[in-house]
Design a protein around this ligand. Structure first.
Ligand SMILES: [Zn+2]
Ligand SMILES: [Zn+2]
Length: 260
């Protein structure tokens, strides 16, 4: 199983889980259940819990999926001979992990590996975002943005209700929990929706975060937006695009890429 042993990343991943579970607790036990409105509580409770579950499942998949690591130490003379390169073909090798570096792969200092189509290393998921786990990362940002938006709406409704009917009886603890949830939701709504937008843009234009940052020349063929989306979320288009449990079928990989 793929898991990066990085102290800082593990702390961030635990904090992520804590924040989602905190939101779940406040939404259910501080706002919905005490509200006394059965339908309102049931509908919002089910929707919120489902989205929170999908966010945590996407987080696990993003964290525990190999992002597309290139095998270590394969830059040997014997292996290069097996590849039977045609003349003029250039091979790059990474001195840090002693591997043959496929095009568009980058070395990650934290993962200590070369990662195919590396976008960036994300401490929140304690993993790199690369070719094989980008779908899960995008879903994670999307579901966190949705639960943040949902919590924010619920908190605003709760306070609006307080203006109409006196809520001065609610304890200071309840107020603190609600204010903290509102702030958490606002910060993460901005952060994750910005991240979701940037990721979708980089998928549609088929240019990773690192390539944009380094302003690398485009050596790869330009494809349509739809083909680029299917390369990340799977082929053909289905409900599975929104599910962290469906592994995207990325089609037939380049046979040469497959070997290294
Ligand atoms: Zn490397
Ligand atoms: Zn990494």
């Amino acid at each position: 199983m793929w898991f990066i042993r990085d102290g800082c990343g593990i702390v961030f991943a635990v904090v992520t889980w804590f924040l989602v579970l905190y939101a779940e607790f406040v939404v259910l036990f501080v706002m919905l259940i005490p509200s006394g409105d059965y339908m309102y509580s049931a509908i919002n409770g089910i929707v919120f819990s489902l989205l929170a579950f999908l966010a945590l499942a996407s987080h696990c998949r993003a964290m525990l999926t190999d992002p597309g690591a290139v095998p270590k130490g394969n830059a040997t003379k014997e292996f290069i001979e097996i590849l039977q390169l045609t003349s003029g073909q250039v091979l790059y090798n990474c001195p840090k992990c002693c591997s043959i570096k496929p095009d568009r792969a980058h070395h990650c200092r934290v993962c200590k590996r070369c990662i195919r189509k590396m976008d960036h290393h994300c401490p929140w998921i304690n993993n790199c975002v690369g070719e094989k786990n980008q779908k899960y990362f995008v879903l994670f940002t999307m579901y966190v943005a949705l639960i943040s938006l949902h919590s924010l709406i619920l908190v605003v409704f709760h306070f609006m209700h307080c203006f109409e009917e006196d809520c001065s009886s609610s304890s200071a603890t309840t107020m603190t929990l609600l204010i903290f949830l509102g702030l958490e939701a606002l910060v993460f709504l901005i952060f994750t929706s910005a991240m979701f937008g940037t990721q979708m843009l980089s998928i549609c234009t088929d240019e990773t975060g690192i390539e944009q940052l380094k302003k690398e020349d485009r050596r790869w063929a330009k494809k349509t937006t739809w083909v680029n989306l299917k390369a990340v979320f799977g082929h053909p288009f289905s409900l599975g695009w929104a599910s962290p449990f469906v592994m995207p079928d990325q089609g037939k990989a380049d046979p040469y890429q497959h070997m290294i």
